[in-house]
Design a protein around this ligand. Structure first.
Ligand code: AMP
Length: 274
């Protein structure tokens, strides 16, 4: 990878993924292909971002299919290292962001997850040395934490966030959707429905009480017997600090378990001007 990188002239774009590619990944890749002279995609199921009880072993992997898709998109280099190349024996160079941006939401429910993300992204940035890197808004907290990490580490990478790609019925695309049974797939629609309800309340009805919006979303989610809420939060769109009044651009962030599958999603809430 380093030799390939050294030979590249001009702008290099990077799209980090864990593979099992879908249209969400491809939207990042297409944008990165347009914006840059060279495009590197990494396919790496990062063990450091999975907890001991999580789905690292079961996570869907199909490198042959991914490579076919990436070739069709005109990707220059696919970097799919074995774990020991990223984490050699004795590895101890963790990159961690502290503070409220990482202690809440995913940080509270998946201890060590965001540290695993920032560590691998920092390492990939140092190996690939991209000018630009592309991330999905679906993982809203991850995107913000990566931006903070780039500032703290003084890495000269422009981090570009792109909108969530959804199935026609509204479910956000995710490699983990493959875990859902037919019944669970139907039940999972409660997540985009809760997001749409919140957006309607804020943007059509002018509701500014964050707790009222959160409770309405929770109530809708609780109406689905297969759904278990990890969190529902109305937060500042940039800092992710929880709001009491929606008086600035916000997000509703959801983490919901449907059977054994954990889904996260979010929607932008823009208050009407008073
Ligand atoms: P993952 O392979 O799940 O680690 O995701 C790799 C990148 O794709 C991350 O930046 C994700 O935020 C992004 N991504 C995942 N799902 C979607 C989606 N439905 N729409 C847009 N981007 C996505």
């Amino acid at each position: 990878m380093e030799a390939e990188r050294t030979a590249m002239k001009g702008r290099v774009g990077l799209v980090p993924t864990m593979g099992a590619l879908h249209e969400g990944h491809l939207s990042l890749i297409r944008r990165a292909r347009q914006d840059n002279d060279h495009l590197v995609v990494t396919v790496f199921v990062n063990p450091a971002q999975f907890g001991p009880q999580e789905d690292f072993a079961a996570y869907p992997r199909d490198l042959d299919r991914d490579l076919r898709l990436l070739e069709a998109e005109g990707v220059d280099v696919v970097f799919a290292p074995p774990p020991e190349e990223i984490y050699p024996p004795g590895f101890d160079e963790w990159v961690e962001i502290s503070g409220p941006l990482t202690s809440t939401l995913e940080g509270a429910f998946r201890p060590g997850h965001l540290r695993g993300v920032t560590t691998v992204v920092a390492r990939l940035f140092r190996i690939v040395r991209p000018q630009r890197a592309y991330f999905g808004e679906k993982d809203a907290q991850q995107l913000r934490v990566v931006r903070r990490m780039v500032e703290e580490q003084r890495l000269s990478v422009e981090v570009i966030g792109l909108p969530t790609v959804r199935e026609p019925d509204g479910l956000a695309m995710s490699s983990r959707n493959a875990y859902l049974s037919q019944e669970e797939r139907r039940a999972a629609l409660v997540v985009p429905r809760a997001l749409a309800l919140a957006r309607r309340m804020v943007e059509a009805e002018g509701v500014r009480d964050a707790a009222a919006v959160r409770r309405a979303a929770e109530e809708l989610l609780r109406g689905e017997p297969r759904a278990r809420i990890d969190y529902a939060a109305v937060a500042d769109r940039e800092t992710l600090e929880e709001l009491t009044e929606i008086d600035r651009p916000a997000l509703l962030l959801l983490a919901v378990r449907i059977g054994a599958t954990r889904l996260i999603d979010n929607v932008a809430l823009t208050p009407r001007s008073p």
